[in-house]
Ligand binder design. Structure first.
Ligand code: PLP
Length: 363
């Protein structure tokens, strides 16, 4: 393999996915952004395999990649705004559920729904499917709780799919907050409660607490991304190809910046750079404090200005000679180490919510 690969133990990964889905009634897998390192299409295909009825994407522009691989409903989580032509088009897509976070947008969608342009396709039957977002302590998007009663007047022109409650991570009173907001919302109109960042057991409890007069639990839909796709780190590992290896001597210069090499050793040219999201994570925490002192002691003053790379060679993270290039990085290895061969792959630490790998290779 060339470039940066995400090695994927497909059986183990699928086992983890199935475990999470089994433990999470009402789960809605989230496939957005870089597809958590795996890509949107793969996540959509896995969601189909898992047999869930809905997935959630972040943006209207992500619907296209998901809808070819997944035949169920697609929730767009970023709130609808006027002026976004694609989001407006998607209102007439029967498989798309739009999130709305302001009364004025709900009115605008209602008005569009009344127009024949949108009623479109078959005999004007279709109404836009909408989730209404409630403002939580996140303070990101949503209708303020005191405005909720005004939502009721707007629901007859849309197909109402429920309420969205997006909670902060690790927040003390999150369960109480979810329950209070959901109760207020259900008093306005019955519907599913779409939550995020609530543990599965709490989501189930929430459904029971919100049970109607008939004792039926409320429908709670839990959107899960990171925990689902990246929750078993043993199932995947990013690696980078060794592109070149050069023997270097103290005093040599190398790289764009022609930095001086301070010790005899090996200069490794490794696949991966800023285009892959390398240089945006591991260097910062590692290049501080103790690591810098060690660098100072080992490599002289110049090394102190260098950053620890996310590449592991011979069991240890190694230093960048200079900041990563777009698709390759220069990394130093002491002479006492056995250098890898060209074509080998070495582990590279990547934050998979920001990284772009060249391929996912199933192992
Ligand atoms: C991204 C996102 C999620 C999924 O978040 P993870 O932390 O990756 O599970 C859930 N809900 C909303 C609204 C999101 O934007």
């Amino acid at each position: 393999m060339s470039g940066v690969s995400l090695r994927l133990d497909l059986d183990r990964w699928r086992q983890h996915l199935a475990t999470v889905v089994d433990a999470t009634p009402g789960i809605v897998p989230v496939a957005k952004g870089n597809g958590y390192g795996f890509g949107l299409r793969r996540l959509a295909a896995e969601s189909a395999r898992l047999g869930v009825d809905s997935v959630a994407v972040g943006l209207a522009s992500e619907v296209a990649a998901v809808r070819t691989e997944f035949a169920g409903d697609i929730v767009v989580m970023t709130p609808w705004r006027p002026g976004d032509d694609l989001a407006r088009e998607l209102l007439s897509d029967r498989r798309v559920i739009t999130t709305v976070s302001r009364l004025e947008d709900l009115q605008a969608i209602g008005a569009l729904s009344g127009e024949s342009a949108l009623a479109g396709e078959s005999a004007g039957e279709h109404r836009p499917r909408v989730i209404v977002e409630i403002l939580t302590s996140m303070q990101r998007h949503g209708i303020r709780p005191e405005q909720l009663p005004a939502v009721a007047d707007q629901l007859n022109r849309i197909s109402f799919e429920g309420w969205m409650v997006h909670l902060p991570l690790l927040h003390e009173g999150r369960f109480e907050e979810a329950e209070t907001l959901a109760r207020a919302a259900l008093a306005v109109s019955p519907g599913a409660i779409w939550v995020s960042h609530l543990p599965a057991v709490e989501a189930t409890t929430l459904g029971r607490q919100l049970a109607g007069a008939d004792g039926e639990p409320a429908s709670v839909r839990l959107r899960v991304g990171t925990w689902l796709w990246l929750g078993d780190p043993g199932a995947y590992s990013p690696v980078a190809a060794v592109l070149d290896v050069h023997r270097v001597r103290r005093g040599d210069r190398a790289g764009y910046r022609q930095r001086k090499i301070t010790k005899d050793g090996w200069l490794l040219v490794l696949a991966g750079g800023t285009a892959h999201g390398i240089g945006m994570e591991a260097p910062t925490p590692a290049a501080s404090g103790r690591q810098r002192l060690i660098a100072l002691a080992q490599g002289g003053l110049e090394a102190a200005g260098r950053a620890l790379s996310p590449y592991t060679v011979g069991g240890k993270k190694r230093w960048f000679l200079e900041p990563p290039h777009m698709q390759a990085s220069l990394v130093l290895l002491p002479l006492t180490e056995q250098p890898p061969a060209i074509g080998d792959e070495v582990p590279v630490e990547l934050r998979l919510t920001t990284a772009l790998v060249d391929q996912v290779s199933e192992v």
